[in-house]
Design a protein around this ligand. Sequence first.
Ligand code: ADP
Ligand code: MG
Length: 448
Amino acid sequence: MNEEELWQAVLAQIQLNISPANFSTWFKNTSILKINEGEVFISVPNFFAKEWLEKKYNKMIFQIIHTLNEEIKTIKYIVGKQEGKIINNKEEFFNNNQLEFIEFKIDRETNLNPKYNFNNFIVGPFNELPYAAAQAVVNNPGSVYNPLFIYGGVGLGKTHLLQAIGNTIVKNFNDKKIKYIPAEKFTSNVITAIRNQEMESLKTQYRQIDVLIIDDIQFLAGKEKTQEEFFHIFNNLYEKNKQIIISSDRPPKVIPSLTERLRSRFEGGMLTDINTPDFETRVAILKSKAKEKMVDFSDEIYHYIANNIQKNIRELEGCLNKLIAYQKLNNTPPTIEITKSLLENFLITPKKTANPRKLIQIVADFYDLKERDILSNSRKKEIVSARQIAMYLLRKELKYSFPTIGRKFKGKDHSTAIYACEKIEKELENNSKLVEEINNIKQKLYDY
Ligand code: ADP
Ligand code: MG
């Protein structure tokens, strides 16, 4: 079997294992360049394909190719038709496709990545408070909110915000010495310094800083020695009115085994949290990221992603990047069907685990009623209102049609369902208790 035949045989098997769309997206224009001492070099048309094959398909390719040629031990993917031209080809590819993927360099001195700034930071109800605090700090570092403590879940923009603060201060005050450091890195620096008896010099370095930014402080949990060193550094800077900015995935009072003195220091400044973005903000973020990358998709696609990814901006971006890769390769934007199949593995769709039975059960439990009460014809006030909430959620969360919703409740018709949804929607506008209840119910709906 020559190289060409070998690769055709491999492709034939791959084709059986993956969807036609994926096959043509990732395996079109691939070939074997050469086989040399157990290494096979596969030519791929572009950088995206290289990444995908390496990350996603390498194992499968290897298994198949190895059964056909046992001598093959490793696979290398080369962009273009020649070995050793990877970098050139990557650049060429980006140039040809006018992709604005600027490579950002992390500043050695500050550790800041210039890609994070306020121009590309979307502000919505979910993060406007931390944003406002950040603005106050960049205008007057050290004198307003000190420390500034920002907390929130994974992928919601803590690092982005912290780094944007740092980058903006660098721009506004070029005489200030700024340092960004993840708490994990800080910990390992402290451990090394202790081991090498260099703690004094480490402390001296930190004493010269004007703005200290520590990311993911929850990593200090349980690390007593590091906390102690941090406490001294913190105090020294704090007493000199130097700005300290901290992020965490949770508020100080629930960081386990955080020494009391650090906790009270953190709580002595400004505590503010990043929430989860609402649907409109999620769509706005997607659109802004797409624009940044000079692509655009249909609203249907943005809505599809925003509906499926609700709690993590990093994942929103991940989905978008997949679609961009597709678009670049095929020179055409994906349809909604292709979008669904491209993102299939990516989306842990809550819709799959949430079903109407479960929803009604959860609503019933929440209001301390029986499922059969909600499904009954009872006109008791509390039952009617729970029933309307269930109808509203069936519509909003599970996207059921009004007639279908009506049928689930003892043959009520679509107008009852429409009325229920409108009523709840109206009430949500100025009943914050109901907002909270519904949020709680939603959480339960997706949590197990
Ligand atoms: P965290 O540190 O909270 O886990 P990151 O700051 O790393 O989250 O954010 C994850 C991704 O989402 C990053 O690529 C970041 O640029 C992007 N991102 C987060 N918040 C926003 C926002 N408000 N506007 C635009 N992009 C955002
Ligand atoms: Mg982070």
